[in-house]
Design a protein around this ligand. Sequence first.
Ligand code: GLY
Ligand code: MN
Ligand code: MN
Length: 441
Amino acid sequence: MQPLLEESYARHVAVRQERAERALAETGFDRLLIHSGRVHEYFADDQEAPFKPGGHFAHWAPVEGPSHLLEVRPGKRARLLRVTPPDFWYEPPAPAPAFVARSIDVVDLSDAEAAWREAGRTPRTAFVGEGAEEAIAHGIDAASVNPSKLVARLDWDRAYKTPYEEETLFDANRIAADGFRAAKAAFRSGASEMEIHHAFLAACGTTEEALPYHTIVAQDEKSAVLHYQRKRDRGTSKATVLLVDAGAPLRSYGSDITRTWTDGADPVFAALVDGMETLQQRLCASVHPGVPYLDLHVAAHRGVAKLLADVKVFTVSAEEAFDAGLTRPFFPHGLGHFLGIQVHDVGGRLADREGNLEPPPPIYPFLRTTRMVEERMVFTIEPGLYFIPMLLEPYRKGEASAALNWPLIDRLVQSGGIRIEDNVCVTADGHRNLTRPHLPH
Ligand code: GLY
Ligand code: MN
Ligand code: MN
């Protein structure tokens, strides 16, 4: 396995080098320094927020720790100036993995000043990362700190994943799938949100700090809170609905999966969960290069309209409900987003590599992806359907009120919401689902 990883990582670094050289040439720079990030202390406290390397740095190397500089120069091997201060309070950051050191020159240094001294500098050096003042103090021109034209190109390119990234995300799905199986078993045996969260972590063999994002473990009505963050401990009765939205970390990347399960739930809600499963798989099947992501999102709304009309939440036809925009309070988020180093990976709303933006249509303000679907992109497909009182209430009195079956809606509020989410990688003529081979349901 290690030689395969080494090879695919070497090709990933070669692609990074080629794309960085092009971006530098297009923007008039001849050298790039990427900072791994800084440690943040809470205000008036000596406690630090958990540290995560910045995305630009992690795109090159899965290396722990703050203050490193990665130096990229045209025609030369990248150099990692890794800061590893002597410390008896904490364990120092782990060394760069061996497979990284085969493709990038790693220089270990005892402090950040030494890294800056070691870093080469030319008048046309660009700096990307946190710490503008630090860069300027070390002789970088202010206009060369996170220059927007360069950053836009790096963000644009980040949408196209290398095989190394695809396999990393595939493996991050495999790890998370173990967590989902444990979560499902815990739910069936009556576990609380808190217990299910811990079951997920244990089965993935990860700590909370290392997660790509906080787990969403929501039972019954809380499954309609899109990013529900609490973990309730035991209630008095067994839950009938569980929504888990969670991912596992791997080499600075992370998966992002959602499943919704029922156990003795309202039969109408259970039918909606089954319908959503079919709809989600149909949407995944329609992913191929050349389709605007927005079209997939609109197809999801049409699908949600059909689901709600079939169970008679709408008193009008699916087409009429869709045309009147009545799916929007039930499905308020976007169909999905780029996935990679960041759970909501960068560049989803870029119109071009220059940095011009393509905002979503005003009726879908939370859609994070407006780009054309292209080969080697990885994104999520996560249609949802929720009974959210705050969003539905304005419709109760509005002119569309008669198109909605309020007694049924008020009943289904107790069940909460549904989301089903897979990660897909776009291939030359379709897509590869990175989640389902590990977690069929
Ligand atoms: N886990 C957050 C999301 O699915 O976008
Ligand atoms: Mn998610
Ligand atoms: Mn997601």
